[in-house]
Design a binder for this molecule. Sequence first.
Ligand SMILES: [Zn+2]
Length: 167
Amino acid sequence: MTTSFLCRTCGETHEGLPTDYAWKLPDEVWAIPEPDRAQQARWDADCCQLGERCFIRCVLRIPFQSRTGSYGWGIWVEVSERDFYRYVELYSEDARSEPPIDGIVANGIPCHDGSLGLAVSVQFGTAQHRPTVIASPDGGHSLAIEQKQGMSNERYHEVLVATGAIR
Ligand SMILES: [Zn+2]
Protein backbone atom coordinates (compact mmCIF):
# COMPACT_ATOMS: atom_id res chain seq x y z
CA MET A 1 0.00 0.00 0.00
CA THR A 2 1.47 3.32 -0.99
CA THR A 3 0.94 6.19 1.36
CA SER A 4 2.46 8.93 -0.72
CA PHE A 5 0.45 11.56 -2.53
CA LEU A 6 1.17 14.68 -4.53
CA CYS A 7 -0.16 17.46 -2.34
CA ARG A 8 -1.87 20.22 -4.28
CA THR A 9 -1.62 22.58 -1.31
CA CYS A 10 2.18 22.72 -1.25
CA GLY A 11 3.19 20.89 -4.42
CA GLU A 12 5.28 18.37 -2.49
CA THR A 13 4.90 14.62 -2.55
CA HIS A 14 4.10 13.59 1.01
CA GLU A 15 5.41 10.16 1.77
CA GLY A 16 5.64 8.04 4.88
CA LEU A 17 4.05 10.69 7.05
CA PRO A 18 2.20 10.05 10.29
CA THR A 19 -1.41 8.97 10.09
CA ASP A 20 -2.02 9.49 13.77
CA TYR A 21 -1.34 11.90 16.57
CA ALA A 22 -1.76 11.14 20.25
CA TRP A 23 -1.80 12.93 23.57
CA LYS A 24 0.02 11.56 26.62
CA LEU A 25 -2.57 13.05 28.99
CA PRO A 26 -5.82 15.00 29.07
CA ASP A 27 -5.06 18.72 28.50
CA GLU A 28 -6.15 19.64 32.03
CA VAL A 29 -3.80 17.10 33.58
CA TRP A 30 -0.95 18.08 31.25
CA ALA A 31 -1.44 21.71 32.37
CA ILE A 32 -0.65 20.84 36.00
CA PRO A 33 2.99 21.79 36.66
CA GLU A 34 5.13 18.68 36.46
CA PRO A 35 6.24 18.56 40.11
CA ASP A 36 2.58 18.53 41.27
CA ARG A 37 1.09 16.38 38.52
CA ALA A 38 1.86 12.99 40.00
CA GLN A 39 0.38 14.07 43.34
CA GLN A 40 -2.89 15.31 41.89
CA ALA A 41 -3.42 12.71 39.17
CA ARG A 42 -2.56 9.13 38.41
CA TRP A 43 -2.34 7.63 34.97
CA ASP A 44 -0.93 5.00 32.67
CA ALA A 45 -1.07 4.70 28.89
CA ASP A 46 -4.84 4.05 28.84
CA CYS A 47 -6.40 5.40 32.05
CA CYS A 48 -6.15 8.65 33.97
CA GLN A 49 -7.77 9.89 37.17
CA LEU A 50 -7.72 13.46 38.42
CA GLY A 51 -9.37 13.46 41.83
CA GLU A 52 -12.71 11.80 41.17
CA ARG A 53 -12.64 12.56 37.46
CA CYS A 54 -11.91 9.70 35.08
CA PHE A 55 -10.46 9.67 31.58
CA ILE A 56 -9.69 6.92 29.09
CA ARG A 57 -7.43 6.96 26.04
CA CYS A 58 -9.43 6.47 22.86
CA VAL A 59 -8.99 6.88 19.15
CA LEU A 60 -11.12 9.06 16.91
CA ARG A 61 -10.71 7.87 13.35
CA ILE A 62 -11.24 10.06 10.30
CA PRO A 63 -11.27 8.08 7.04
CA PHE A 64 -9.14 9.46 4.21
CA GLN A 65 -11.11 10.51 1.14
CA SER A 66 -8.56 9.66 -1.52
CA ARG A 67 -6.55 6.83 -0.03
CA THR A 68 -7.24 3.78 2.06
CA GLY A 69 -7.16 3.87 5.82
CA SER A 70 -7.87 6.61 8.28
CA TYR A 71 -6.24 9.31 10.34
CA GLY A 72 -6.33 8.50 14.06
CA TRP A 73 -6.56 11.17 16.74
CA GLY A 74 -5.38 9.51 19.96
CA ILE A 75 -7.45 11.54 22.37
CA TRP A 76 -8.46 11.31 26.01
CA VAL A 77 -12.15 11.25 26.80
CA GLU A 78 -13.66 12.03 30.20
CA VAL A 79 -16.18 9.39 31.22
CA SER A 80 -18.30 8.65 34.28
CA GLU A 81 -16.68 6.79 37.15
CA ARG A 82 -19.04 3.87 36.53
CA ASP A 83 -18.08 3.58 32.86
CA PHE A 84 -14.41 4.01 33.76
CA TYR A 85 -14.49 0.98 36.04
CA ARG A 86 -16.46 -0.97 33.47
CA TYR A 87 -13.66 -0.21 30.99
CA VAL A 88 -11.04 -1.35 33.49
CA GLU A 89 -13.05 -4.52 34.18
CA LEU A 90 -13.30 -5.38 30.48
CA TYR A 91 -9.78 -4.22 29.67
CA SER A 92 -8.48 -7.61 28.53
CA GLU A 93 -11.71 -8.80 26.95
CA ASP A 94 -13.50 -8.28 23.68
CA ALA A 95 -15.94 -5.55 24.73
CA ARG A 96 -17.31 -4.64 21.31
CA SER A 97 -20.81 -5.77 22.25
CA GLU A 98 -21.02 -3.26 25.11
CA PRO A 99 -23.42 -0.38 24.46
CA PRO A 100 -21.69 2.93 23.61
CA ILE A 101 -21.03 5.26 26.53
CA ASP A 102 -21.11 9.05 26.80
CA GLY A 103 -17.92 11.04 27.05
CA ILE A 104 -16.39 14.50 26.78
CA VAL A 105 -13.32 15.15 24.64
CA ALA A 106 -10.42 16.13 26.95
CA ASN A 107 -7.91 17.38 24.35
CA GLY A 108 -8.00 20.33 22.01
CA ILE A 109 -7.65 18.79 18.56
CA PRO A 110 -5.80 20.94 16.00
CA CYS A 111 -7.86 22.07 13.00
CA HIS A 112 -11.05 21.42 14.98
CA ASP A 113 -12.07 24.47 17.03
CA GLY A 114 -14.26 23.65 19.98
CA SER A 115 -13.24 20.00 20.16
CA LEU A 116 -12.16 20.29 23.81
CA GLY A 117 -15.34 19.65 25.81
CA LEU A 118 -17.27 18.18 22.88
CA ALA A 119 -19.81 15.52 23.83
CA VAL A 120 -19.12 12.22 22.06
CA SER A 121 -19.94 8.52 22.20
CA VAL A 122 -17.33 5.90 22.98
CA GLN A 123 -17.43 2.30 21.80
CA PHE A 124 -15.24 -0.20 23.62
CA GLY A 125 -13.12 -2.47 21.43
CA THR A 126 -11.25 -5.73 21.63
CA ALA A 127 -8.45 -6.26 24.13
CA GLN A 128 -5.99 -5.19 21.42
CA HIS A 129 -7.77 -2.03 20.34
CA ARG A 130 -8.46 1.20 22.14
CA PRO A 131 -12.03 2.40 22.43
CA THR A 132 -13.24 4.37 19.43
CA VAL A 133 -14.87 7.78 19.54
CA ILE A 134 -17.95 8.63 17.54
CA ALA A 135 -18.63 12.35 17.13
CA SER A 136 -22.36 12.94 17.22
CA PRO A 137 -23.76 14.55 14.06
CA ASP A 138 -26.04 16.71 16.25
CA GLY A 139 -24.56 20.19 16.48
CA GLY A 140 -22.64 19.87 13.23
CA HIS A 141 -19.16 19.97 14.74
CA SER A 142 -16.32 19.74 12.22
CA LEU A 143 -15.17 16.45 13.77
CA ALA A 144 -18.55 14.85 13.10
CA ILE A 145 -18.70 16.22 9.56
CA GLU A 146 -15.17 15.05 8.77
CA GLN A 147 -15.73 11.67 10.38
CA LYS A 148 -18.68 11.22 8.01
CA GLN A 149 -17.29 12.84 4.85
CA GLY A 150 -13.65 11.90 5.28
CA MET A 151 -10.41 13.89 5.25
CA SER A 152 -9.36 15.46 1.96
CA ASN A 153 -5.69 15.75 0.98
CA GLU A 154 -5.95 19.49 1.62
CA ARG A 155 -7.12 18.86 5.16
CA TYR A 156 -4.45 16.20 5.66
CA HIS A 157 -1.82 18.79 4.70
CA GLU A 158 -3.29 21.20 7.30
CA VAL A 159 -3.24 18.47 9.93
CA LEU A 160 0.38 17.55 9.11
CA VAL A 161 1.38 21.20 9.54
CA ALA A 162 -0.66 21.66 12.73
CA THR A 163 0.83 18.54 14.34
CA GLY A 164 4.38 19.52 13.37
CA ALA A 165 4.88 16.62 10.95
CA ILE A 166 5.74 19.02 8.12
CA ARG A 167 6.44 22.75 8.02
ZN1 LIG B 1 1.27 19.47 1.43
